[in-house]
Each structure stands twice: as structure tokens, then as C-alpha cells.
Design a protein. Structure first.
Length: 172
């Protein structure tokens, strides 16, 4: 439910971006064709305009994602499980697209924020949510692959859960 809403908003944003960028590119092409003197400054200016539009697009996408971190969530079921092991041997870390450090384990990507503690080369993950807290209010700390979430209850205990187990208290 959460991921569906995020995908819908991102699809709308991508459609608006493609239409707007196509219009800008068409206008710039017409202007460049009508002018007899195509200078390097004109080409640089059009490239700068397109670069600014791409930057605005990436900022809007990140703002949409950050909006989901502000809501309070409740657990509606525990049917969907997280397929990560309780512990694993760390390999070489790498950087995810959002700038977070992660590790690869058996064709799965494990973000470093999912790791609770480490002993030598062995990393132990945050516990998976087994039963909801009494008041059933959670904050979203990290969303990975739009499937797995790191959540925190009112006592600041962290848990791993599948996003399909969550529902927002606040309406989108």
C-alpha cells in the first residue's frame, strides 16, 4: 500500500518531467534552427537549462520519498516476512544509490542501518517484528527497495519488517 502510493506519485512525476523536458527541448530546437548563428553560448545555455530541469526532478523525487518518513505507521499484519538471516559474514561494503553503506550476502543487499551490532566479521541484524507494540505506533527510519522497512516504536526499539505489513495512520 505504501509502495503503491510511492510508485504512483513517482510515475506522475516522471510523466510530467518527460512532457516538460520534451516541450523545452522542442522550443530550444526551434530557436536554434531559426537562428542562423548557432554559438557555443547558445548550446551551453540550452544544456544548462536541461541540467537544471534534471536537478529539479531529482529533488522532487527525494522530497516525495522523505514525505513518507514523516508519517506514523501501524502494523496491520505480520504475514509478510523479511528474507534476511539473523546474522551473516560481512564482505566488502559498497555504497547504495542513496549514499548509504551496504553489504552483499547471498545475492541480497543488506543496508548497514539494518545491522544492530558486529563481532569481528559477523554482523547481527536488527530483530524482525514478531508482535506489535501495545499502542501500535511506529516511525519509519529507512525504506529499502520499497519492500523492507526499518521502523522504531515509541520506546525507540528498532525492528525490521516488510512494508506490506504497515499502514499509515495519517492519510496521504
Amino acid at each position: 500500500m505504501i509502495t503503491e502510493r510511492l510508485k504512483q506519485e513517482n510515475k506522475k512525476l516522471v510523466f510530467k518531467f518527460v512532457v516538460f523536458l520534451s516541450i523545452i527541448a522542442a522550443v530550444l530546437t526551434v530557436i536554434l534552427l531559426l537562428l542562423k548563428e548557432i554559438t557555443n553560448e547558445m548550446i551551453a545555455l540550452s544544456a544548462l537549462i536541461i541540467l537544471c530541469i534534471v536537478i529539479i526532478f531529482t529533488l522532487r523525487i527525494s522530497r516525495n520519498l522523505k514525505k513518507f518518513y514523516d508519517y506514523t505507521y501501524k502494523v496491520i499484519s505480520l504475514d509478510h516476512k523479511v528474507p534476511y538471516p539473523r546474522s551473516f559474514t560481512r564482505g566488502m561494503p559498497f555504497i547504495l544509490i542513496d549514499g548509504k553503506k551496504a553489504y552483499a550476502y547471498k545475492k541480497r543487499i543488506v543496508p548497514s542501518c539494518f545491522i544492530e551490532f558486529q563481532e569481528g566479521k559477523v554482523s547481527y541484524l536488527v530483530k524482525e517484528l514478531q508482535e506489535p507494540h501495545m499502542n501500535n505506533e511506529y516511525k519509519l527510519l529507512y525504506l529499502h527497495e520499497n519492500k523492507f522497512a526499518l521502523i522504531s516504536d515509541i520506546n525507540n526499539h528498532r525492528y525490521l519488517t516488510n512494508v506490506n505489513n504497515l499502514e499509515a495512520y495519517d492519510q496521504f
